[in-house]
Ligand binder design. Structure first.
Ligand SMILES: [Zn+2]
Length: 241
């Protein structure tokens, strides 16, 4: 695998010597990949994350080149304020990969097939070094619902899953009675999301969007919780049990 090293100063040590057990996927949300790279290399603001200094470990640009900004054993600054399961310092426990795409603020175009090929190769390579279960390959919007929408509903999660990367609902599995219950009592649906890992303090509407953008994109247009969405969370929980 071809890597271009473009080291940034935007990193620190992982908390308590933590090792990465998550991969967090992002889109850059910039008009060009160069613009994103310039931000990752900019170490002039005096604050980490959010409004100041940011960095992923890797970025895949529009020509599908893989650029490395931070060494994998160091803590890059891509997740910001985030949460999954019990963990609030996701930067200490993850490897962050940015994929160039203009995102929701601009055209939000389809990802380029070669970018996804490069991503699959990169993730498989990372997994030769670190223990990263499929359930721990997440989007930024999963760990920061409401605040972040990347990598967005156009990201091909299912294609990754077909290639052995990430966890997706299995169509055709029957969970009829709990599904019916969930449709009647939305609280049960949100409890299931919290059990899976989503932040229990997040706004339900934001959680619903984030969940669908990743795991049930066909239901994104509907306002209420529907059968597909319930079946999706039940299937995911069954797979992680
Ligand atoms: Zn992001």
């Amino acid at each position: 695998m071809q890597l271009q090293k473009t080291p940034t100063e935007n990193w620190n040590n992982r908390q308590n010597g933590a090792e990465p057990h998550y991969i967090i996927l992002h889109y850059t949300g910039t008009k060009t990949a160069e613009e994103a790279a310039a931000r990752f290399l900019d170490s002039t603001p005096d604050q980490e994350d959010l409004i100041g200094r940011i960095s992923p470990h890797y970025m895949i640009d529009g020509a599908s080149n893989i650029l490395q900004f931070v060494e994998e054993d160091k803590r890059a600054w891509h997740a910001g304020k985030s949460f999954w399961k019990t963990e609030a310092d996701m930067n200490s426990h993850s490897i962050g990969i940015e994929i160039w795409n203009t995102g929701h603020e601009f055209e939000c175009e389809e990802f380029i097939p070669e970018q996804i090929d490069a991503l699959i190769e990169l993730i498989n390579d990372i997994r030769t070094r670190w223990d990263i279960p499929n359930a721990n390959i997440l989007g930024h919007s999963d760990i920061a619902p409401g605040r972040k929408k990347d990598p967005g509903e156009k990201f091909p999660w299912r294609l990754l899953e077909i290639n052995g990367i990430g966890l997706m609902p299995q169509v055709g599995e029957e969970h009829d009675s709990p599904k019916k219950e969930m449709l009647e009592i939305p609280d049960l649906f949100y409890k299931a999301l919290h059990q899976f890992g989503y932040n229990p303090d997040a706004n339900p509407a934001d959680l619903l969007w984030a969940f669908r953008a990743h795991y049930a994109p066909k239901s994104l247009g509907s306002k209420d919780i529907d059968e597909e969405t319930c079946a999706a969370i039940l299937s995911l929980l069954a797979q992680t049990r």
